[in-house]
Design a protein around this ligand. Structure first.
Ligand SMILES: [Zn+2]
Length: 143
């Protein structure tokens, strides 16, 4: 499985991660899954509405989620996963991420900060086990 992601989207993820730091930033990923390829065509930013510590966890605004579901039913790209940032740790799923993961076959993009640079990694949860994260290769949109 590979995930195709445009430079424009990666740049906006890094921009939001920086803007919200030291809190975690988050959003939804819209796109399409086909055979062995996942194309992320759009990123929808959400405010982090967690009631817990926003430096360590995130929650997508349910209104944004609802709106995207409604638009997808009307023909917009489907929700295929979620993005969030780790402003002070690496781009790997945290213990909390694993605990909170409930959707199988869901793409997780994580932008982490190590040393002073941001980088983004992609994971896919197993269809049968949302706690199992497989790392995906990211390819640019137009190689
Ligand atoms: Zn996380």
């Amino acid at each position: 499985m590979i995930v195709i992601l445009s430079e424009t989207i990666v740049n906006s993820l890094h921009r939001e991660a920086l803007r919200q730091a030291p809190d975690e930033a988050c959003g939804l990923l819209l796109g399409e899954k086909k055979d062995e390829t996942i194309v992320v065509s759009k990123f929808i930013y959400s405010k982090n509405v967690t009631v817990n510590d926003p430096r360590l966890t995130f929650e997508i605004d349910p209104q944004i989620h609802f709106r995207c579901q409604k638009e997808a039913r009307a023909g917009a790209p489907a929700i295929i996963g979620v993005w969030h940032s780790h402003p002070s740790s690496a781009a790997v799923p945290s213990k909390t991420d694993v605990e909170c993961s409930v959707e199988g076959g869901w793409v997780w993009l994580i932008t982490g900060k190590q040393d002073s640079s941001w980088n983004t990694a992609a994971f896919l949860t197993a269809n049968t086990d949302p706690k199992f994260f497989e790392m995906l290769e990211i390819r640019p949109l137009n190689p």
